[in-house]
Ligand binder design. Sequence first.
Ligand SMILES: O=C1O[C@H](COP(=O)(O)O)[C@@H](O)[C@H](O)[C@H]1O
Length: 347
Amino acid sequence: MMTKQYIGYIGTYTKKDSQGVYRFTLDTEKKQITNVEVAAKLDNPTYLTVSHNNQYLYAVAKEGDKGGITSFTISEETGALEKINSQVTDGSPPCHVSVDHQNKLVVTANYHTKKVEAFVTNNDGSIQPPTDVEQEGNGPHERQEKPHLHFAGYTPDENYVVVVDLGSDTITTYQPDAGTLQKVSVLDVKPGSGPRHIAFHPNAPYAYVMTELSNEVIVLKYDDKQGTFEEVQYISTIPADFTENSQGSAIHLSSDGKFVFAGNRGHNSIAIYRITEDYTVEFVEWTHTEGDWPRDFVLDPTEQFIVAANEASGTLVLFERDREAGTLTLLQKDVIAPEAVCVKFLK
Ligand SMILES: O=C1O[C@H](COP(=O)(O)O)[C@@H](O)[C@H](O)[C@H]1O
């Protein structure tokens, strides 16, 4: 059988050993991650997003005391990255980045500056200086003294940008308008829960939020006409008797709409849920991530595998999925990936 190989990228911190964005290969026949190597030297490229046509990669970046985004072209043959340009503004870099399917508008969420930024792209993949919106609010938890935006991404129809704020326990929708973001609605979730990331159901009006502070998945009903949400269910992501520090991280769905996967840093696991007929979720099991502090993970393009990034151990781990049961089987662990934060595949 012919070997099928997929290229992935790793976003990292560069506080210790990492040099920037890394590239790796997933061989789906050998069921193995190989060739982890530096793809672009860059300061603090924690989060990455790949344009839907695989032509461009946008990375969080830090330049001195400024933060923003660096754009790269992706070589079709090799996956090599070549820098196009950067746009940075005063303050710490953002912690999350997304781009729409048309590759017109890159949006970021900033944990430190309270700002959502929107960068219009040019036809060559370069980005223009951003416009921004500053959010307000706080919450009852000691880490909620101000907004701490953790996610900015698009709704499935891309009519709206959704921003998840750990600091004020809110999910805010914005309408993009000529490179600016106009606020449409705000959902207040449970005080102190610290919502962090959101993932939409592929074909039903529901979304699934991971909370960092309360370690829960929140099921939301989504009104795509109004751009509003309604709470449906809260379910814990860690065992009731787990008393050590754990902080929720990322959340992803399989594209068949059958399973939700939620990351637990501290408990060091991926919690797996089955999506039921009414779109609420039922717990399936926890899978240990074979390392410390799983910051994010990704389903590969075939969705037969999941690659998770253990930030504190600086390792990737590869699992094979059972598409019916939802469970994960360990294939490979301890793949060195220094200060790994997120993993993204070419589409
Ligand atoms: O999950 C986390 O994210 C925040 C924001 O990331 P940053 O790279 O913008 O600092 C981070 O500060 C925090 O330590 C981490 O747990």
